[in-house]
Design a protein around this ligand. Structure first.
Ligand code: OGA
Ligand code: MN
Length: 294
């Protein structure tokens, strides 16, 4: 089958055609997608009208699949989706729009902040693959920024600084920023803070990228105030317009992003009026990448 690539932005993101999302993936398709992801970091596979099981099976060709246990545990482990599928939608168990006061709304609000999925886990997330089942007619774009290009554009002095920096990622920090205040002590203890290097080289592309996001609470060796200032400065740098691709969703899009070298955020829409049913599979790395430090 002939694969097609159409660039969506001057520096990253592409649409790949001729690569159907199926439960069994041919080795040439796996290699092609790995290469496309190494180059573009965000890949859109359009018009994939697939079911949950196909989405779950497809993911396993690209790494160990993450069980979205943390998010699900917040709702008494109740989810309408099978294992390995994360529910990023605004609908409930019955498929209807969630009530205004449903706690999952507060959790989803956290996604309006720039982040890299599950950076609060000790082993970094490799790719997220988000499938648009039902999408609003306008708005609700997902925005992505290229953290490799952002790294490349830093001054030499700043590169030397971030190359040695380690950040503390705290799961509840991003949720509290989004306004969710029902985190229990047990959940905090089940998801202790983790450390990640701020700059790391990503396998296959061999490019260095910044690794930040909403769960970053502080930088090791800096005061909270100093950390906050630097995190804000770096985040503002990374999310400048020239590093950002904004994706408008069509139903059937499977959008894949590399969490190791991009950040993303949701954008607001009228979520009491329109259903947005989005389901995500996530694959993780095999081990933390500490070789990147120093
Ligand atoms: C996610 C996410 C953004 C969106 O699923 O990880 O951040 O626009 N989604 O739904
Ligand atoms: Mn996300």
């Amino acid at each position: 089958m002939a694969f097609g690539v159409e660039e969506l932005h001057p520096i990253f993101a592409a649409r790949v055609t001729g690569l159907p999302v199926t439960a069994d993936v041919e080795p040439d398709a796996v290699e092609f997608l790995e290469d496309a992801m190494a180059k573009y970091a965000v890949v859109v596979l359009p018009a994939q009208f697939i079911d949950d099981q196909t989405q779950v099976e497809f993911a396993k060709f690209f790494g160990p699949r993450e069980t979205p246990a943390v998010a699900t545990s917040l709702f008494g482990n109740k989810t309408r989706l099978p294992k390995y599928l994360f529910d990023a939608s605004n609908v409930g168990m019955d498929g209807e729009i969630l009530p205004a006061d449903h706690p999952r709304r507060a959790i989803r609000k956290g996604d309006l902040n720039w982040h890299s999925d599950a950076s609060f886990n000790p082993v970094p997330t490799k790719w997220s693959m988000l499938h648009g089942r039902i999408v609003p007619p306008h708005g609700a774009n997902t925005e992505f920024c290229d953290m490799r290009a952002a790294y490349d554009a830093l001054s030499l002095a700043m590169k030397a600084k971030v190359d040695r920096m380690v950040a503390l990622h705290v799961w509840w920090h991003s949720r509290e920023k989004g306004g969710f205040d029902q985190v229990t002590e047990a959940q905090r203890q089940a998801n202790p803070p983790v450390y990640h290097p701020v700059a790391r080289t990503v396998a296959r592309s061999n490019r260095k990228a910044l690794y930040l996001g909403a769960p970053v609470k502080s930088i090791v060796g800096m005061s909270d105030a100093e950390s906050a200032e630097l995190i804000e400065e770096l985040t503002a740098h990374c999310t400048q317009a020239q590093f950002v691709y904004s994706h408008f969703w069509h139903a059937g899009d499977l959008v894949i992003w590399d969490n190791r070298c991009t950040m993303h955020r949701a954008t607001p829409f009228d979520d009491m009026l329109y259903k947005r049913d989005m389901r995500r599979t996530t694959v993780v790395e095999y081990a933390p990448n500490w070789a990147a430090v120093g």
